[in-house]
Design a protein around this ligand. Sequence first.
Ligand code: ACO
Length: 321
Amino acid sequence: MSEIKAVVKGVGHCLPKRVVTNAELAKTVDTSDEWIVERTGIRQRHIAGDNEFTSDLGTEAAREALKNAGISTDDVDLIVVATTTPDFTFPSTATMIQENLGIRHGAAFDIQAVCSGFIYAMKVVNSMIKTGAAKTAIVIGAETFSRILDWEDRTTCVLFGDGAGAFVVQAEEGGNNGVLATFIRSDGRYKDLLHVDGGPSRTQTVGHVHMIGNQVFRHAVKDIAQAMESCAERAGLRIADLDWFVPHQANQRILDGVAKRLGINADQVISTVAKHANTSAASVPLAMYAAIQDGRIKRDDLVMLEAFGGGFTWGATLLRY
Ligand code: ACO
């Protein structure tokens, strides 16, 4: 029997309508457009409205991904949502999206690996598809990070945005396309460098994001580069074979640093950080969506996805689109 691969059949997105520019933020915190652009590359972010929730953004992204894949909800037997900002402590955002899509079969659950969540979700879904536990999955990264920001803390509130992205992934036998290799890692020693100071068990509050940005930065460049090299190696390929690099969108300087370290050309790096800021688990599928829509990423291209986030967690996914 030939090998089963998890093939990305369609990609979707959802961004809240409201756009907040750096200049707008500079009216409420001691910052400037110049500082934010120079240090991060961020120019604006989308922020969810009061009645717009993570499950709403995820549902819209999933609907568009299904439409682009030409696949019906009848075929979906798995929904995995990567999020750090679920609607509720429970039920999972995944089961809420399952209900919104009118799906009455299969299974749905959330994954929590902060900004690396989508990469972790791809690892789990790829394993389930390869072992026959699922045939057609929707993998979603969806966040309303604006809800866990301290809007008076200039060191964090300028960095993040809201949004969702989704892949429809289906089992295919014997083809060349699909996920070729996955790599995930974590190291809990670094939890204090990037964390939220609230949660159901410790504080019974949601809490706010705290980050020692310059220390996170140093780890991110080194660990992401190593994850990508390990992932390529697992598929018997080299970084030089890649067509596209679709990174987590935390900071343009991290993207540039990783590309430089690995000898990737700047025009192979998909960057949405200027428009979206850091949308945590949503950033990788949102960047993939943007590059498919504008015609850069095409069928059969070799694409490396990667992310780094709180925990620390990090990882990469190599796929032929
Ligand atoms: N506007 C103006 N000044 C600011 C701002 C701001 N918004 N934020 C910080 N500063 C000041 C600081 O107070 C500091 O001032 P001081 O020198 O007087 O103390 C100065 O700017 C320099 O601060 P640094 O933190 O050293 O600045 P740095 O160049 O490292 O940039 C940044 C900060 C953008 C946060 C960067 O470190 C970064 O992007 N880090 C990595 C983020 C990341 O990868 N996160 C991972 C994923 S996120 C997740 O998982 C949830």
